[in-house]
Ligand binder design. Sequence first.
Ligand SMILES: CC(C)(COP(=O)(O)OP(=O)(O)OC[C@H]1O[C@@H](n2cnc3c(N)ncnc32)[C@H](O)[C@@H]1OP(=O)(O)O)[C@@H](O)C(=O)NCCC(=O)NCCS
Length: 397
Amino acid sequence: MKRELAEVVLIDAVRTPFGRAGEKGIFWKTRAEDLCVPLMKALMDRNAGLTPRMVEDSVWGVTNQVKEQGGTIGRMIPMLADWGWEVPGCSIDRMCAGGLTAVGFCVSYIASGMADCLIAGGVEHMGHLPMGFMRDPHPRAVAVMGGETALNMGQTAENIHERFPEFTREMADAYAVACQQKAARAINAGRMADMIVPIEIEGGGGRKQWIAADQHPRPGTTMAALAGLKTHFREEGGRVTAGNASGLNDGACAVLLMSRAKARELGLKPRMRWVASAVAAVEPTLMGTAPVPATRKALAKAGLTMADMDIIEINEAFAVQALYCLDRLGVAGDDPRVNIWGGALAYGHPLAASGPRLLAFMSGLFRETPQARYGLATMCVGRGQGYSMIWESINES
Ligand SMILES: CC(C)(COP(=O)(O)OP(=O)(O)OC[C@H]1O[C@@H](n2cnc3c(N)ncnc32)[C@H](O)[C@@H]1OP(=O)(O)O)[C@@H](O)C(=O)NCCC(=O)NCCS
């Protein structure tokens, strides 16, 4: 039987504010599932005609699948949203690209005709489940991956500085300052308002409080302040600091995906159409470089070039790896298409939540810039992987 691929569209994207991990974080007393459930409800409320029974799967990326994030959180979230037990769900892990991989699975699902309406998300509560928590790598893993530094993301960033010394700490710091400035401008202009779903938390003295703003951005960041920060990942000669690295964060993001036919049937306006995706792998000790081959592969599949990309959303795990990747893709670090509303250096990087966050930003930017046609979302992944996706704006009036 011959089958046509269905066109896959993104209808909506919502996220929680991103908090800092740890006791001073806004979500210290909030469970990971309780970051996801309000997003499911918001997608339902915001999209008239959509009902929980239409959602054919709830696919969530999450890195540390233990404790509150274990037990197939993707399945638990629809039930916790009071949708009954009829909506299936699963959890996916590709570390930082877990959420983007969840979107990718949903794209294939819809394109193949296996489903018409899906929710894909990503969540990470790095305060409750820190990076590497309860992990037990195979004893041979270090050798296979090329050395100890492959297991520590900050050290992989130091490796890029060392291997490619043309990317200096000063450049990384300048990129981070610019990122903070872009984020501050976007936040002040209200650009986050449409995508952020306020979350109720237990504040001081047990009082309930609604949180609607990201906790991580540092709008006043200066080069002088960054120059004074200590390096975390090398005893001597290190260049990676808290200022030019993404943070440790808690947050979730979810997107509503449909076949274009289903969107039409429900009268929902799609924001963008999936074009191409690719994953690629590199030496694990240089994991931050992997967006380069992943992007080249995705562009080749799409028959497009970087010059066609009007919006470039690159996840800034570290300033140096973003700078390296942009350079190798022929794009300057200060190119006006790059992370227009700022990136993970400012907002933080709750691992699996970050991929869908890139798509939330892209779809918001498409709305703001009707002349933009193509957008690229790309990110690096621990253990040496990259994931890139290309989408096309849809301006249906
Ligand atoms: C780099 C890292 C270790 C820093 O952690 P941390 O020490 O808890 O970070 P903090 O936010 O407390 O910042 C450390 C200091 O830098 C300061 N700082 C951070 N960003 C700053 C900025 N933009 N401007 C000025 N000061 C800044 C903080 O105020 C703090 O100062 P203090 O020690 O005087 O309080 C941590 O963020 C990290 O591991 N990041 C990488 C995460 C990662 O690997 N993710 C996966 C990617 S693949």
